[in-house]
Write a protein that binds this ligand. Sequence first.
Ligand code: ADP
Ligand code: 5GP
Length: 208
Amino acid sequence: MKRKGILIVVSGFSGAGKGTLMKQLVHSYDNYALSVSMTTRNPRPGETEGKEYFFVSRQEFEEQIKKGGLVEYASYCDHYYGTPREYVEKQLEKGKDVILEIEIQGALKIKKQFPTALLMFVMPPSAEELKKRLEGRGTETPEVIAKRLRRAAEEAEGIENYDFIVINDRLDECVEEMHKLILAAHETPERNEDFIREMRKELEAFIQ
Ligand code: ADP
Ligand code: 5GP
């Protein structure tokens, strides 16, 4: 039976290392497809159009919402972020596991639409380390960093909605841990309904 792709939602506080982890995961294994979101925030130095994000104006973003072009979208620290629908649907059909690196409101919307989506929450080893990483990245002003840390405190309230937490202490170990958890998630009954149904049908045929 053809392997079915699943949706993998990866959330976590800003600066926890989600982007870094996902780049390495996709680089290390070929069963993953990383969805590129659309956003109204400005590119950071080094970010390029279509690689980290599709950078659009508020007007363009709102047009996509109206057209139904986004699987989900949310507002985060004064900007819109959303997941383009077409890429996700095509990659799932191909049997790829599609990774959505999105914040918590979007994660909950995905779980409603796709009950077999796997929700993972990336944590730093400590809050102090989170602050260090955000400051060390050097891409945001102190005001924006403060806003993101306040947002982290809010997001921490929603962690229980996730299937797993993963701690990003040593990068390589965390990537391996995530890959193992995803492989294990593929083996749950709710993600194998077609196979189970088929098996039952074949067993029934023995009885008749
Ligand atoms: P996020 O996508 O969650 O906002 P990033 O991937 O941009 O976070 O990582 C934030 C900063 O922390 C970056 O400068 C990155 O190089 C660094 N970083 C990521 N993972 C680790 C790790 N395991 N140990 C130390 N620094 C890390
Ligand atoms: P950043 O500005 O640091 O790249 O992202 C800010 C937050 O937006 C992060 O928590 C990131 O996971 C989230 N995000 C990125 N893309 C999307 C998206 O398509 N939908 C939602 N809901 N959140 C997103």
